[in-house]
Every structure is written in C-alpha cells, then in structure tokens.
Design a protein around this ligand. Structure first.
Ligand code: XIL
Length: 324
C-alpha cells in the first residue's frame, strides 16, 4: 500500500493532480502537501489568456513558468489550462470580433503552445464552450460568434503547434449523461473523431455538490472513452453549505470515493485533478456564497475524511499500519 495519493494513483498508472496557485508557493504548509501528495499540476490561473497575453502579441510567461518550474522541480507533470475560452480574456481580446478575433485566437494558441512545446503533456485547448440552457448547444461568446468552426480550428492549430501534446476539450456539467450539455459535447467529439479533427481527450471538471455525484458517472466516462478519446477528471471539488459537520464530511468522503472509483473503472480514465489543496484557498466560496469546504484538506491543512476515501478508491489504505 502506498502512503500518498499520488503514489496510490500511480499504482494503476494514473495520476492524482491539483491546481496550484503561484501566489501560494511561499506558503510552506501548502507546498509541503503539494510536493508530497500529487504527481500532476494544473496552473489555477497562470496559463490562461489574460495571464499569458496581457497585450496583443506580447506574451508573458512569468507566472506560468513559476508554476511549471515548481512542478518539474518537484517531479510532477503539468496539464496546460487553457488556450481558448470565453472567460478570463484580456481586455483587448474581449473587444475583438470576427476574423480579427479568430486570428488572435490562432496566434494565442501558437504563442503559448510554442513556449511550452515539448514541456506540457496535455492541454485544455478549448474550455467551457457549451451552454447550460438545456439545449445541448453552444454557449454564446465572442469566440462562438466568429463561426461554429472555431473549436475545430483551435484543435487543428494546437496539433500543428505541438504535435506531441494531447489535446483536450474541458467542461463542467458534463458528468451526467442525461444532461443535454453532456450529449452536446458528446456529439461534437463524435463528429470530430469521424471527420479527423484532432482531439485526444475530454476533461470533466466535476465541480460537484455533496450528495449529488451522478449515479451514471462511470458509464458516462465510458461512453466518451468508447468514442476513442482519453478521459480525465480535471477540476474536482465537492462543495457543501458551510459550516461543515461530521455528517456532511462523511457524505463528501463517500462522494470523493465514488468519483475516483468511476475513473478507476474506466481504462481510458488517466487521472483525477482536484481544484486546489486546502479549503483555505478554494475558489468555491468566492463564486458560491455560503458554500465551501469542497477540498480534501481543511482550512487548517488537516486531512478530511475524503483523504482516506480517495486513498481507498485508488486501492490503498490511508494508514501505514495494516495487516497482510
Ligand atoms: C477559477 C479559479 O479557481 C479562480 O481563482 C479564478 O478566479 C476563476 O477561475 N472552471 C475552470 C477554471 O476551467 O479555470 C476555473 O478556475 C473554475 C471553473
């Protein structure tokens, strides 16, 4: 049995990752857990469009490189997040449209992937392009208004920019097959595979609510895998109304176990990334007021019940003293 979550995941050839914020790398309690428990890293914000191309044509990789270098120096792989997205666009991009925006998107993908060529094994090429309105269709955005082919242009550009990188489509609310959004993304991936648009993987963000892990999550992952793409859980957190209590934390632990088990039961599910380490720094309370406590370590860096649950799901015990 292994004694860290990353090592437990690695027993089956999978990874356990976390989002890392460059601004927290000076917090030794944070970096101690980060370096010990994970073998994959995603930059929480530092490789997004506003961070990497603050002025058109002027790239800035200082914060992205801080996360990248920390990860590599600590023996971790890096997922790239994210190249084309309606959100966290720099002001100059928000004001563009039409063919100018389309070209700016292409230039951005080439600039960022060029900088990290050969260094980043997998990229979220396009993030959150589908609508939550129940139609299964695309989200309205300045990128979408450049033409419905913007997603495939992004993927073709990315393949040419770094042919060795695995190219993912990443979204939330696609964990449950019965949701229209899930089927919209599924139909796009199927179409891309049929027409030879280069796509290698789908990321299921999995920003979930305690007690609401979709019962068909494993089957859903398998359906996508059966299209010929790898799948991965990319931004897992399981939030609750705060304050937490023992009952909610137990349910949350069971939920974490279900999610990791779903990945373990799908051969093409290559790993699970949680969207942060400690409840102290989670994005959840900022966007869902009154909710939080969504991660595996609490705000004081104590392991929550979810820790042992994830360890079990990866096939290890969470303590050192067990009998053979
Ligand atoms: C979030 C970050 O965690 C926050 O720090 C930031 O203010 C907003 O973005 N889906 C994604 C992530 O793909 O990039 C988002 O990250 C969370 C939702």
């Amino acid at each position: 049995a292994e004694s860290t979550l990353g090592a437990a995941a690695a027993q089956s050839g999978r990874y356990f990752g976390t989002a890392i914020a460059s601004g927290k790398l000076g917090d030794s309690a944070y970096t101690t857990i980060a370096s010990r428990e994970f073998n994959m890293v995603t930059a929480e914000n530092e490789m997004k469009i506003d961070a990497t191309e603050p002025q058109r044509g002027q790239f800035n990789f200082s914060a992205g490189d801080r996360v990248y270098n920390w990860a590599v120096q600590n023996g971790k792989q890096v997922r790239g997040h994210t190249l084309a997205w309606h959100s966290q666009q720099p002001g100059w991009m928000q004001s563009l449209s039409g063919s100018t925006l389309r070209q700016a998107m292409i230039d951005h993908i080439n600039g960022v992937m060029g900088h990290y060529k050969g260094k980043i094994a997998q990229w979220d090429v396009v993030n959150e392009a589908f609508s939550d309105d129940g139609s299964g269709g695309r989200r309205d955005s300045n990128l979408q208004r450049t033409g419905n082919d913007w997603i495939e242009v992004a993927f073709r550009t990315a393949r040419a920019a770094d042919p060795a990188a695995k190219l993912c489509y990443n979204d939330y609310n696609i964990e449950n097959w019965t949701w229209a959004k899930t089927q919209g993304v599924y139909n796009m991936v199927r179409d891309f595979k049929q027409r030879g648009v280069p796509i290698d993987c789908v990321g299921f963000q999995s920003h979930l609510i305690v007690g609401q892990v979709p019962g068909d999550f494993r089957q859903n992952l398998q359906r996508f895998a059966d299209l010929g793409v790898d799948v991965r859980i990319t931004e897992l957190d399981i939030r609750m109304r705060t304050p937490s209590d023992a009952t909610k934390l137990a349910t949350q632990a069971a939920d974490y176990k279900k999610v990791v088990q779903a990945c373990m039961q799908v051969t093409r599910c290559q790993g699970v990334t949680v969207w942060g380490i400690t409840d102290k720094y989670s994005w959840v309370p900022d966007v869902f007021p009154g909710e939080g406590a969504a991660l595996v370590w609490d705000a004081s860096y104590a392991k929550k019940p979810a820790y042992a649950a994830v360890m079990e799901a990866f096939g290890s015990r969470s303590h050192h003293h067990h009998h053979h």
